[in-house]
Design a protein around this ligand. Structure first.
Ligand code: IMP
Ligand code: MG
Length: 179
């Protein structure tokens, strides 16, 4: 526990077992393929690291960084690529991996950008999903947990670039972002 966290949603052990299941599903779905795993920085770095170690068979890993011009706890519709991929996505099966699907603005934009580069297929894996917040028509192929509309931190997820190192996922005390 951490003094800024109101309650724990998922313990390290619960996350670990769900990530294993997702890795298993991806291994089955992409058997004999060589998917390109694309982590969206910064929030996905912990999830990507754990997930790829649960994928059997070949895969490659690359990262993109985006800023969503968000203030505080909201992202905006305007997404900007800060760091692009090093590996070409042309004719590749790509799996976009993010920490959380919230409004959907980030992944919706990235799907459009990447689609234009001619991949063989695009899939999406997110650890968390807040379906009640969706502003864009986008769904994940692999979802760890659905959560209510509360601001969460830990396991890569931050507020103000803090709390990414927590090994569990917890709800941040509202007084932290309201002050
Ligand atoms: P979207 O574009 O609104 O779907 O937002 C996606 C990004 O917003 C995620 O990659 C996170 O960085 C951030 N985000 C959304 N909800 C939360 C949350 O509850 N905690 C921490 N970050 C969040
Ligand atoms: Mg993020």
């Amino acid at each position: 526990m951490h003094e800024d966290v109101k309650k724990v949603l998922f313990t390290a052990a619960e996350i670990n077992s769900r990530v294993r299941e997702i890795g298993c599903d991806i291994s089955t779905d992409f058997q004999d393929k060589n998917p390109l795993i694309i982590g969206i920085l910064n929030g996905s770095f912990v999830f990507v690291a754990d997930l790829v170690r649960q994928i059997e068979g070949r895969c490659q890993v690359d990262f993109m960084a985006v800023s969503s011009y968000g203030s505080g706890t909201e992202s905006s519709g305007r997404v900007k690529i800060i760091k692009d991929l090093s590996i070409s996505v042309k004719d590749r099966d790509i799996i976009l991996v993010d920490d959380i699907l919230d409004s959907g603005n980030t992944l919706y934009y990235l799907c459009q950008v990447l689609e234009a580069r001619g991949p063989a297929s695009i899939s999406i894996a997110v650890l968390l999903d807040k379906p009640s917040r969706r502003a864009k028509p986008i769904t994940a192929n692999y979802t760890g947990f659905e959560i209510p509309d509360e601001f969460v931190v830990g396991y890569g997820l931050d507020y103000d670039d803090k709390y990414r190192n927590l090994d569990f996922i917890g709800v941040l005390k509202p007084e932290i972002y309201n002050k």
